[in-house]
Ligand binder design. Structure first.
Ligand SMILES: C[S@@+](CC[C@H](N)C(=O)[O-])C[C@H]1O[C@@H](n2cnc3c(N)ncnc32)[C@H](O)[C@@H]1O
Length: 312
């Protein structure tokens, strides 16, 4: 696959990142390196980027793409949840900005072998980090009925989760479900008996399994609080999300970290010691302009929230 992932909200990312002349920016979701390249092209020789991705293939592709900037880009295969340890390993104490562009990249989605998409037939894999053991096929085999129902209901926000699990179990009596097309056919057959939908009937269940396989929401929560520990004063914290489950986590986190004391109102003297750590710069999330969505339909659900680290 030669075509690179098209980074979303490029102008907005550059404008809000406001990088200093000298220092470090973390791109915690390096992907094809599109945002990192944008940052490096628009900054001077003393600004460095630490790019992290849990997908080794992404690191390989980005390394080639960013070769002209190799003296200013440090690329690491790892999970953004471990950002503090990763920084320690590369001897960086604190940083001047963190960018997270959540979700999957186009090369992941478009490669049948990775098993993320119901549009291509391939193994039911969905691991972002291929050194991990659990795949989507393993989850279908090993989760109990009630666990699978909650995964599909909560992570896919799918109303027909019980009906879907019944259909999956029925199919598994005949044969294990090991490919994307097998699963997508089962989901289409359930939809056929339930309701007409605007989106493909496999969309929600595939999203749910992907989130579960990669434990995505947990890693986001860990990354949010760890990032606060590494940001310098006035450094920008920027997160691009693509669905409501992700966006809710970011919105609530930013809102809570914008508060000072969080003691109940009846307590006369503060006992919680909670201090404000962020100032939110985007009351409403930034979304792409119409032209961007026309050019890149994948951008249509992108939301960028930005906050500034403050020390009080
Ligand atoms: C939307 S793509 C990023 C695209 C990138 N901004 C670009 O311009 O090419 C998301 C990337 O984040 C990576 N990713 C998702 N969760 C991660 C995590 N917990 N730690 C590290 N990387 C993660 C995925 O493997 C994927 O490559």
């Amino acid at each position: 696959m030669s075509r690179y992932h098209e980074p979303v909200l490029k102008e907005e990312v550059l404008r809000y990142l406001n990088p200093p002349e000298q220092g470090w920016i973390v791109d915690g979701t390096l992907g094809d390196g599109g945002h990192t390249e944008l940052i490096l092209k628009n900054t001077g020789p003393l600004l460095h980027v630490l790019g992290v991705d849990r997908d080794a293939q992404a690191i390989e592709r980005a390394t080639k793409r960013l070769a002209p900037f190799s003296d200013r880009a440090t690329l690491v295969h790892g999970n953004f949840g471990n950002i503090r340890n990763i920084l320690k390993k590369v001897n960086v104490m604190s940083v001047d900005g963190v960018l997270l562009d959540l979700g999957v990249s186009s090369p992941q989605l478009n490669s049948p072998q990775r098993g993320f998409s119901f549009m291509h037939d391939g193994p039911l894999d969905m691991r972002m980090d291929q050194t991990q053991k659990t795949t989507a096929a393993n989850l279908l085999k090993n989760l109990s009925d009630s666990e699978l129902v909650s995964v599909i209901k909560e992570y896919g926000e799918e109303r027909f989760s019980k009906r879907i699990v019944r259909a999956i179990r029925k199919a598994q009596v005949q044969a294990s479900i090991t490919t994307t097309l097998q699963l997508s056919d089962i989901l289409a057959s359930v939809a056929h008996t339930s309701r007409p939908t605007r989106i493909h009937p496999a969309t929600r269940t595939f999203q749910a399994l992907r989130i579960a396989v990669n434990n995505e929401l947990e890693h986001i929560k860990i990354a949010l609080s760890n990032s606060l520990e590494i940001l310098n004063a006035t450094a920008r914290f920027m997160v691009i999300s693509f669905h409501s489950l992700e966006d809710r986590i970011i919105k609530n986190f930013f809102r809570d970290e914008e508060k000072g004391c969080i003691c109940p109102p009846r307590i006369p003297v503060c006992a919680c010691g909670h201090k404000q750590r962020l100032k939110v710069l985007t009351r409403r999330p930034l979304v792409p302009m119409k032209e961007e969505v026309q050019r890149n339909p994948r951008a249509s659900s992108a939301k960028l929230r930005v906050a500034e680290r403050i020390y009080v």
